[in-house]
Design a protein around this ligand. Structure first.
Ligand code: CP3
Length: 340
């Protein structure tokens, strides 16, 4: 019935499923208005009424098959007790963790009002979705979230990687805490109405192949197992961004129903490498939405021709950029609807 759920359950969808990472955001004037009204990005995230509205904004403009909860992956370390701010034009600034004392101070976040607000947002969105639209909940994967907790910001990853490869006991405990908290956080979102979960490992591409199992696959697998202990067969999209030739290893190791694929990787090649029934999501370059319409359309057609709609969720290879012209998104949606 719902195209995205059909694909993740191995059924035939009625049309090409489509949504866009970061589909709610600064490229929409109505988003900018509401963020200004809320005060800041974090105020927006923790205001269930506004966050619900922002989640639904892209669905009013574009014929998408999913709403993704409006929140951020850094809400998890924030709820665990670390200070967080989003500075205009700078991105996130997060309090850091660098030893066992820092890890010991982290709570499991569950008693935090912050998670309760996110769950309320999910409940509100669920009540307002159309019958064919799927509600996607999410969290960041332990490696990506840990890397922000170690670096404190978004620009570099060298220190986090050095710690992870050195693998001190405090880092192991940190990763374990993130697995536990993320699992409970996702279970709360599911309880509130999320129908699919996407786990974002945005920095998986920095991890050498030799450490992929320990840093990327194992922690995501543990979260998915924890979720499915309560909700057997719950549909999960795993986005290990940048792992290139290793998406099949990620699919097998995590048990995800669908793998998100970054741009510049042939979707058809990934699809044939996957276990039976696992789908692909992606992977139009977000840069193409900033360029010439003809080029964007040509690349979109290439993707539509390369992978069948019963094994594919159309998306970008990474989040839509702030400078994107809404007309290009309209053109993209038209292309997928006319030729999908
Ligand atoms: O529409 C959606 O996709 C849902 C909401 C969502 C946001 N962030 C909103 C957001 C989701 C799913 C995320 C995930 C997220 N957040 C990731 C993983 C996906 C990815 O992009 O790799 C990461 C790494 C973050 C951390 C984060 N949040 C950074 C590095 C930044 C700053 C970069 C930027 O674009 O400014 C954010 C801020 C953020 N998260 C914004 C939005 C709409 C922009 C904040 C603003 O309005 O100023």
């Amino acid at each position: 019935m719902k195209p995205i759920l059909d694909i993740l359950n191995g059924d035939k969808p009625s049309r090409r499923a489509m949504w866009i990472m970061r589909q709610a955001g600064r490229y929409l004037p109505e988003y900018r208005d509401l963020r200004a009204k809320a005060g800041s990005f974090l105020d927006l995230c923790y205001n269930p009424q506004y966050a619900c509205e922002v989640t639904l904004q892209p669905l009013r403009r574009f014929d998408f098959d999913a709403a993704i909860l409006f929140s951020d992956i850094l809400v998890v370390p924030h709820a665990m007790g670390l200070d967080l701010a989003f500075k205009e034009g700078e991105g996130p600034v997060l309090e850091t963790v660098s030893d066992m004392a820092g890890v010991d101070k982290l709570s499991d976040g569950l008693a935090s009002e912050k998670f309760a607000r996110v769950f309320e947002t999910v409940e509100r969105v669920k009540l307002k979705l159309g019958p064919l639209q799927t509600l996607i909940g999410f969290c960041g994967a332990p490696w990506t979230v840990a890397s922000y907790m170690i670096e404190g910001g978004s620009s570099k990853r060298a220190r986090a990687l050095a710690v992870a490869l050195d693998n001190p006991v405090w880092f192991q405990v940190l990763m374990q805490k993130l697995v536990e908290t993320s699992t409970l956080y996702l279970l709360g979102q599911i309880e509130a109405g999320a129908e699919v979960i996407q786990i974002f490992d945005s920095w998986a591409g920095d991890v050498p192949a030799s450490a992929l199992q320990r840093l990327v696959i194992g922690p995501m697998a543990a979260i998915i197992q924890g979720v499915r202990k309560v909700h057997p067969k719950f549909p999960v999209i795993v986005f290990a961004r940048g792992v290139g030739d290793n998406h099949d290893t990620v699919a097998r190791g995590t048990g995800g129903n669908c793998v998100g694929v970054e741009e510049d990787v042939a979707l058809s090649k990934v699809l044939v490498s996957l276990p039976a029934g696992v789908a692909v999501q992606g992977n139009l370059s977000n840069e193409l939405l900033l360029g010439r319409e003809s080029e964007m359309v040509a690349q979109t057609r290439g993707i539509l021709a390369a992978v069948p709609r019963d094994r594919h969720i159309f998306n970008l290879g990474h989040g839509i950029q702030q400078q994107t012209d809404i007309k290009m998104v309209e053109r993209l949606v038209k292309e997928v609807r006319d030729h999908g």
